[in-house]
Design a protein around this ligand. Structure first.
Ligand code: 5GP
Length: 195
């Protein structure tokens, strides 16, 4: 997605060879117009999949997930990272290792929001080593629902997650695929280019 790539180039910061900071439009301040276009793009790519739900992870996945859910007219559920006082019964839980925070946390979704007839699209802001995506897939499987595919805003293609998920047979649609962040330079993989 050309507009997203331009935004990453002008406002993204390569913090190191592996971490990209995009807090100007995605991870802290949010650009609603860009989120709308991201939602339209995901909705278009997955429009024939007869989706019934979208699942994401709080907090940075929520904005692109809600925009996609609005267009596809399906509910959006975000997995919670912290236990809440009102979220106590029927929790489906999985463990996820956070790459940026370097810690393992439980994430949970209430079982009442997913059932065996659901066809679920997973949306997240970043795909790095695939741990967050695998934990969401695990929760969807525990609910006996089907994970139909993954919509990723930014895939760091130099890390393992994309290959891991595609090898497992999941459809992964990434709107920007980063080849390298080395030397403070952000390089993308072109649509035609293979990894
Ligand atoms: P994974 O589980 O695929 O290793 O990492 C995905 C999660 O880690 C995303 O939900 C995102 O929050 C965070 N993450 C991974 N890499 C980056 C990065 O380079 N920049 C930012 N801002 N977040 C990242």
């Amino acid at each position: 997605m050309e507009k997203l790539q331009q935004k990453i180039l002008t406002e993204g910061i390569a913090l190191s060879n592996t971490v990209l900071k995009v807090d100007r439009f995605l991870n802290h301040q949010i650009d609603p117009h860009l989120m709308k276009e991201i939602g339209e793009e995901f909705a278009n790519r997955f429009k024939n999949e007869k989706l019934t739900k979208i699942v994401t992870l709080e907090s940075s996945g929520i904005a692109p997930a809600v925009m996609t859910g609005l267009i596809l007219d399906v509910p959006v559920i975000f997995a919670r990272k912290k236990k809440s006082l009102t979220l106590t019964e029927g929790l489906i839980t999985s463990k996820v290792y956070s790459y940026t925070k370097q810690e393992t946390n439980d994430i949970s979704i209430s079982s009442k929001f997913l059932n065996k007839d659901d066809r679920v699209l997973i949306i997240d802001d970043f795909l790095a080593n695939g741990q967050a995506a695998l934990a969401l897939i695990d929760i969807i499987a525990k609910a006996e629902a089907e994970a139909v595919g993954l919509g990723i805003v930014i895939e760091k293609a130099f890390q393992d997650g994309g290959e891991l998920l595609r090898k497992k047979g999941y459809r992964v649609e990434s709107l920007a695929r980063i080849k390298s962040l080395e030397n403070n330079t952000i390089q993308f993989i072109n649509e035609e280019e293979k990894i």
